[in-house]
Design a protein around this ligand. Structure first.
Ligand SMILES: N[C@@H](CCC[C@H](N)C(=O)O)C(=O)O
Length: 281
């Protein structure tokens, strides 16, 4: 099985080309590939399949040639992955499966069509505008934090740290607890602190994340969009640009009246062949 490894601000993915949708990808196989000691190691898997050849992509085949079949490292499936979409587009363009067209390149996902623009190392994807819902809470090590529920195609809970708590030393080795009545399918939890002044943006936020299905990652693109939407709400703004610093680098989020652009570096780092005989069926 051929693979490519790539990442966007340290959110890393194993990319599996499967244009005709013949690969029997299972939760066990995905978890084995993503295992950082016994497999390749990754936060998730991106299967590259023609939209027309995937049951969840076929309805979008008229709008996009390729479907991003995204899996978390524990073998669960998610609706959307912002950094994954950016790395997916890097793969399409670098392998010649798509041209870096002037117009935005459409990609089918479980959360609908996203459109991408390529500018050197930077890839920006246009996703739905985040929808802010109710207040909820996350509990971490006995500490309960207030947060805002946000839908970016996948579910998020954005929690600002109270004064006195230090973002870099927060213990994210264990999953935060959340209200399953609010998040019946689980949730990605973002922890935030204010950033310093940055030229050319309306807001600057520092973020760490505990992802549903992948534990702590160095970056989460949809999480950055959720964080930006909450930051703009707190500034009493409907639209604007927010720099979101994650442990893996900087993402720039532009929230417009209808959509949300997520921009940052997306790179491929290796290609190779998986020894299928040493991985579970
Ligand atoms: N890292 C991703 C989000 C991946 C999916 C998430 N873990 C979920 O289960 O919703 C991103 O960059 O958006």
């Amino acid at each position: 099985m051929e693979f490519t490894k790539g990442h966007g601000t340290g959110n890393d993915f194993v990319i599996l080309p499967d244009p005709d949708g013949t690969l029997d990808l299972t939760p066990g196989l995905v978890a084995a590939i993503c295992d950082r000691r016994r497999g390749l190691g990754a936060d998730g898997v991106l299967r590259v399949v023609r939209a027309a050849k995937h049951p969840e992509g076929v309805a979008l085949a008229g709008e996009a040639e390729w479907f991003m079949d995204y899996w978390n490292s524990d073998g669960s499936i998610a609706e959307m992955c912002g950094n994954g979409a950016r790395v997916f587009v890097r793969y399409l363009v670098d392998t010649g499966l798509a041209a870096p067209a002037d117009a935005a390149l459409p990609v089918a996902t479980r959360a609908g069509i996203v459109r991408a623009r390529v500018d050197g190392d930077t890839i920006a994807v246009e996703m739905r505008r985040p929808r802010l819902y109710d207040a909820s809470t996350a509990t971490l090590g006995g500490l309960t934090l207030a947060g805002t529920a946000v839908d970016v195609g996948n579910p998020h809970l954005v929690c600002a740290l109270p004064a006195g708590l230090d973002l870099p030393t927060l213990d994210l080795t264990r999953a935060p607890e959340f209200d399953p009545a609010v998040f019946p399918a689980g949730v990605n939890v973002e922890f935030t602190a204010p950033g310093g002044p940055v030229d050319g943006v309306d807001g600057h936020v520092l973020m760490r994340v505990y992802e549903r299905g992948s534990a702590e990652t160095l970056s989460c693109g949809t999480g950055a969009c959720a964080v930006a939407a909450v930051a703009l709400r707190d500034l009493a703004r409907e639209t604007g640009v927010v720099a979101v610093d994650v442990p893996g680098g900087r993402l720039t989020v532009t929230v417009t009246a209808d959509t949300c652009w997520l921009a940052g570096p997306a790179l491929l780092v290796a290609t190779g062949r998986l020894a299928s005989s040493n991985l579970p069926d």
